[in-house]
Design a protein around this ligand. Structure first.
Ligand code: PRP
Ligand code: URA
Length: 207
């Protein structure tokens, strides 16, 4: 299933991101804020476990998400601010890294780094701001599935209808939470209106 956030604050932050004048530090900060909104929505019905902690008064068993059973997988580079944001909310989660680069001629993604931790039986949060053709997400999902996770939830900021259809039809078992679904892809497979190249904007490599 695809869940698009509808909160006016979400729309406002996405509009900030689209603005070319948003510099790299504010771009990453806004991506991080949107990621927190996606996490709250995606985990709103997540099961809680009881955990013993040392409270200020007496003994205590309290409810918590089983953070250690969550693996947050990011797709470099543009996914990095999203990973940092999830790890701020769930500091005991485990982080995994994939690096992919879209070939800007063929528009196909190429994996060049894989540092996935043990995913067996774990809940995976896969974070990447952009779903353009959906190629990067599909490759990442295929790779993660070889590691036998329990469940995968994707968190994305912006996607094209074409890319989201490609991902959701190939991976019907994956829930996708996205801040905004845009209009379409252009002839270079960029999202319209989109926000440009998210990796370049986040890390000052725009030419
Ligand atoms: C961007 C983005 C996705 C991918 C989406 O990464 O972060 O991973 O493009 O495109 P797709 O749906 O057509 O595969 P990019 O390849 O530009 O790398 P970067 O994050 O290093 O800039
Ligand atoms: N990658 C991006 O960062 N933006 C797009 O519009 C397409 C791919």
């Amino acid at each position: 299933m695809i869940y698009e956030l509808s909160n006016p604050v979400t729309k406002t932050l996405v509009t900030h991101l689209r603005d070319q004048r948003r510099d790299a530090i504010r771009f990453r900060h806004t991506v991080a804020e949107l990621t927190k909104q996606l996490v709250y929505e995606a985990l709103k019905d997540f099961p809680l476990i009881e955990k013993e902690i040392v409270p200020w008064q007496g003994d205590g068993i309290f409810s918590t998400i089983d953070e250690e059973n969550i693996v947050v997988v990011t797709v470099l580079r543009a996914g990095l601010p999203m990973l940092d944001s999830v790890m701020e909310l769930l500091p005991n989660a485990v982080a995994g890294f994939l690096a992919m680069k879209r070939d800007e001629t063929t528009h196909e993604s190429k994996l060049y780094y894989d540092r996935l931790p043990d995913c067996k039986g774990k809940n995976i949060l896969l974070v990447d701001p952009m779903v353009a053709t959906g190629g990067s997400m599909n490759d990442a999902l295929e790779l993660i599935k070889t590691k036998k996770p329990k469940r995968i939830i994707a968190l994305n900021i912006i996607g094209s209808p074409e890319g989201l259809e490609a991902v959701s039809s190939a991976h019907k078992d994956v829930d996708i939470y996205i801040a905004q679904i845009d209009e379409r892809l252009d002839e270079n497979k960029y999202i319209i209106p989109g926000l440009g190249d998210a990796g370049d904007r986040a890390y000052n490599t725009l030419e």
